[in-house]
Write a protein that binds this ligand. Sequence first.
Ligand code: WQD
Length: 340
Amino acid sequence: MKKIVVTGGLGYIGSHVTVELQEQGYDVVVLDNLSNTSIDVLDNIGRITGKKPEFEQLDVRNKQAVAGFFGKHHDVDGIIHFAASKAVGESVENPLLYYENNLNSLVYILQNIQDKQVSFIFSSSCTVYGQADELPITEQAPVKPAESPYGNTKQVGEEIIRDTCKVAPNLKAIALRYFNPIGAHKSAEIGELPLGVPQNLVPYITQTAAGLREELSVFGDDYPTRDGTAIRDYIHVVDLAKAHVAALQRLIEDKAETNYEVFNVGTGTGSTVLEVVNAFEKSTGQKLNYKIVDRRAGDVTAAYAQTDKVNKILGWKTEYSLEDSLASAWKWEKKVRRIS
Ligand code: WQD
């Protein structure tokens, strides 16, 4: 049985990937420092798959701890690296927290695996494109100067992996550039944990519908789009998780032409903020209070993926619709808030 380490494996995307890996027969070891999640997620994963993954509470910013872990675990076949901070606004206020957490940890992990036959999947982001010149966005689109330290850590992270792979022929890596992950597992056992005021659109929508928030603020309706609100590519987190398994399989089965590849992972369809609001109301029957306010600094007008490469090379495509994703997000919110 292949052994896969998932750093940040109790987080939102990490927990959904852990479930998919276990269901595909992988032996999963979850590392997490529990700074942005709860240990209860481990039991919740076990309830879905019938097998609680091995878990070690470990902070990948701790160089000795990372070396100690890989000193104990010689038989790691793959690593999927999620452990990182991901709040754009916080990264602007506290850049060094982001450079330390997101980059030091990546270096320490790579230092311990660069001479081994390990498959490495990196959690990257469409933010590396900024406002792309052409839509939909392909992997050939130029990487733009980052709008935030968070986005910069994704760009630099990819460069660190690319440069390491050039001198470590045994190391095989894929960077997955996510668009906007939303929704939750159909069991409502795992989802996006609501810690603090949500920065992202969909958790803010579900908390508004649950009565925790007065109303949704729609950040700007004066964009040059079909209804004036900004466009994004909202992908169900389970579809995204399956893309990670497909990427891992490509490396483990040694099918990659080069030892560093990049894939955009999105639905290929753009939705405006108001279209998401309408889809939420349609798929849940919940009326949503919202008001239009000024644009949010740093937001781009539109970003959605061109998915030919991930569809053809990884043999993966999305299965869930926007309505499915929003209905699953609402089911999760009701579970968390104990709303019948
Ligand atoms: C989506 C749209 C907002 C909240 C972020 C990260 C990115 C990636 C995905 C990790 C935008 C609008 C939002 C609200 C709103 N994360 N909005 N009212 O900014 O596209 O991307 O999450 O990889 O790195 O930057 O996602 O959900 O914040 O915003 O109108 O209360 O919803 O303006 O148009 P974003 P988001």
